[in-house]
Design a protein around this ligand. Structure first.
Ligand code: SF4
Length: 331
């Protein structure tokens, strides 16, 4: 008996959105075995992709890629979008990493849910080409939702994919996707917008500041950028001050007791505050006064602030700084 012919298999980049889901289903409907890969950094999470994988019964590999991502993020050859989002090089990097996975695990080709012309910057025909060329997998990436509007790919030429069963979506309208989802009974998918902190103005400002003043970073420092007030005190130090119970808890959970200095106002409710990576005495006094200024300590009276670093605890007595005086430091 002749051995079973190996089933064609494809590895898709998954964002967890409807386009990713439909792209996988277009291929699966023509008998191709599909799996997904997705990437995680402090700037974007893989939660939506994990959920889509569970709901659609598609195996998924999640990779954390921060060090590799940072190398690209600090100097993206195609530049940034409106904020710190290097979308073209981000896509190219993800396809490169997906391509390495494809090769090591023996998939036949890559695919994604990109739709030509859907995003003016990152999904026009030129940027799809840029991504493909710079990923190192030129010709191996099938975009099932838009394939009929795009050049024929190697998998189509080799008969691994039937081009006639691929689609010709283009442009910004979501109507064709929503109609297809309805027809195929795909009901559970997230809204397309958002999810990447690099596109957010406030986050981008803080990230630029971090890159300006530091050469090395802990993962926690990127998570901290999205919570609390951030005050750049001097070239070596910044202060992070919680604005709510939730933020206080988040900051608390991200503290590295061996590295960071924590400030807590004694005898009255106040924020959890933190100077990452240690500080000198003058900075500690400044930070303690600012922290007290955001607490319920009576304005104009001295306040006691506990300064904690690892096993060491000291108490500083400071005059609370009125929050209005912090404007020049706020990021
Ligand atoms: S929005 Fe963020 S995750 Fe998406 S391509 Fe751009 S940089 Fe990458």
């Amino acid at each position: 008996m002749a051995p079973d012919k190996k089933k064609v298999s494809a590895l898709g980049l998954c964002s967890g959105g409807l386009d990713s889901i439909l792209a996988a289903l277009v291929l699966r409907n023509q008998g191709i075995e599909v799996e997904w890969i997705t990437f995680e950094t402090p700037f974007f999470s893989a939660d939506k992709a994990r959920r889509a994988a569970r709901l659609n019964d598609i195996p998924i590999t999640v990779k954390r890629i921060l060090p590799t991502y940072l190398e690209m993020l600090k100097n993206p050859p195609a530049g940034y979008g409106k904020q710190m989002n290097p979308c073209m090089d981000c896509h190219a990097l993800m396809f490169r990493l997906a391509g390495e996975e494809m090769q090591s695990r023996g998939f036949d080709f890559l695919f994604s849910g990109e739709v030509s012309g859907q995003r003016p910057m990152s999904q026009n025909k030129n940027s799809l080409r840029y991504v493909e060329k710079n990923s190192g997998y030129d010709g191996a990436i099938v975009r099932p939702l838009s394939a009929q509007n795009l050049p024929v790919t190697r998998p189509e030429k080799e008969g691994l994919v039937d081009r006639d069963q691929l689609l010709n979506f283009s442009g910004r309208s979501r109507k064709p996707q929503l109609e297809l989802a309805d027809r195929w009974g795909v009901k559970d998918f997230p809204s397309p917008a958002g999810g990447c902190l690099l596109t957010e103005k406030g986050y981008a400002t803080r990230l630029r500041d971090l890159f300006n003043y530091q050469d090395t970073y802990r993962d926690a420092e990127f998570y901290l950028l999205s919570c609390g007030r951030h005050l750049r005190l001097n070239a070596d130090h910044k202060l992070i001050v919680g604005r709510s119970k939730v933020e206080n808890e988040k900051i608390e959970a991200l503290i590295d007791p061996d590295m960071d200095v924590e400030f807590r106002v004694e005898n009255c409710p106040g924020p959890v505050s933190l100077v990452p990576n240690g500080c000198d005495e003058a900075t500690a006094k400044q930070a303690a006064a600012i922290c007290a200024g955001y607490s319920k300590a009576p304005a104009g009276d001295p306040a006691e602030v506990l300064v904690i670093q690892g096993d060491r605890q000291t108490t500083l007595t400071v005059m609370p700084t009125p929050p209005r005086d912090n404007k020049p430091f706020l990021l």
